[in-house]
Write a protein that binds this ligand. Structure first.
Ligand code: CO
Ligand code: ZN
Length: 336
């Protein structure tokens, strides 16, 4: 199963799908999940909502975001260089000297103004994309203003650990597909692959309203705190799926945390505690939807988030598959 999941992670991270341009990744996921669900629909924001019928009268929402961070073209100059703005949390420190790729397959590289950057630390405004064209006319034959590119995908296979771009949050999309293969829940399961998480949980906000779940588990990546000189936080790669207590978008309630702990204990699932000091996830939007939703969050501890070399551990992924399935299959749900 580990090799199958690794192959799915490789394929799913190579599909183009920055924020607001998720059609292609939605098509990919739809193909992979369709054998395991009864109905699939998309809403106006591009959310992919896959439903497996249940008999309990309760609805459980499982979610992960499909979008990845990107760069949107804002200007094309007379020499054919592109200027860009960030779509999501782009880190300037790692954005120069990258290979980038557009939806139509056009490739380019990023660099910065030689004269204005004196300290070796270019800002995004000082950077440009070179797509190998020597005039505006030629460049406009390949790329238009408003096109969005991503860091070019490159999969690094280190055995039990893998590194590549877009693990945030495609790794959790892969885990949810895997979890649905064997899902035997009394509840209706709504698996939602959301859009536009990276710019403020926008797809999930719309999807949580229309799905109206009784209980929800969101999945995303979270920071690791196990590399040299890093922050003192409890998350370590290889220590299992997380039970999240808090991030910048949500504080998880005691009934939900207690429920998640009990399910992990009853099923012998390896979990670790998570408190994320920076960043939020879709669970923040889902928890406060409608009249409030009992919501939890399970994360995959990931190194180097929002870089082209995000790294995760496949044992953590396997635990997360078992955990999310056990949570969704539990007859008793918190607060419902
Ligand atoms: Co992210
Ligand atoms: Zn994410």
């Amino acid at each position: 199963m580990s090799n199958e999941l690794k192959e799915l992670i490789r394929e799913i991270t190579e599909v183009y799908g920055p924020t607001g341009r998720e059609e292609r990744i939605a098509d990919f996921i739809e193909k992979r999940i369709s054998p395991y669900v009864d109905e699939i629909r998309r809403d106006a924001m591009g959310n992919l909502i896959c439903t497996k019928k249940g008999t309990s009268g309760k609805r459980v929402m499982l979610s992960a975001h499909m979008d990845q961070i990107g760069l949107i073209v804002t200007d094309i100059d007379e020499k054919g260089f592109l200027r860009f703005a960030p779509v999501g949390g782009i880190n300037p420190a790692i954005t120069a000297c990258r290979e980038v790729v557009f939806e139509n397959g056009v490739r380019g590289v990023t660099y910065y103004e030689q004269k204005t950057v004196t300290d070796g630390k270019p800002t995004l405004a000082q950077m440009f994309i070179d797509i190998g064209c020597d005039s505006r006319e030629k460049a406009e034959g390949h790329v238009s203003i408003g096109d969005i590119c991503t860091y070019a995908p490159h999969f690094v296979d280190m055995g039990n650990r893998v590194a590549c771009g877009a693990l945030d949050d495609r790794i959790c999309c892969a885990i949810l597909i895997e979890a649905m293969k064997d899902m035997k829940s009394p509840h209706e399961i709504c698996v939602c692959f959301t859009t536009q998480e990276e710019v403020g949980l926008r797809g999930a906000t719309a999807a949580a309203y229309s799905i109206a779940p009784d209980f929800s588990i969101n999945m995303d990546v979270t920071m690791s705190a196990d590399t040299p000189e890093c922050m003192p936080l409890p998350m370590k790669m290889g220590e299992g799926a997380t039970i999240k207590y808090m991030d910048r978008s949500a504080v998880f309630t005691k009934p939900v945390i207690d429920f998640m702990r009990k399910v992990a204990n009853d099923n012998g699932i390896k979990t670790q505690n998570e408190i994320l000091k920076a960043g939020g996830t879709d669970s923040g939007a889902i928890q406060s939807a409608r009249g409030g939703v009992a919501s939890g969050c399970v994360s995959i501890v990931t190194r180097y988030i929002h870089s082209p070399v995000e790294m995760a551990d496949l044992d953590d992924c396997a635990e997360a598959v078992r955990f999310v399935r056990a949570l969704a299959e539990s007859e008793e749900l918190p607060l419902s």
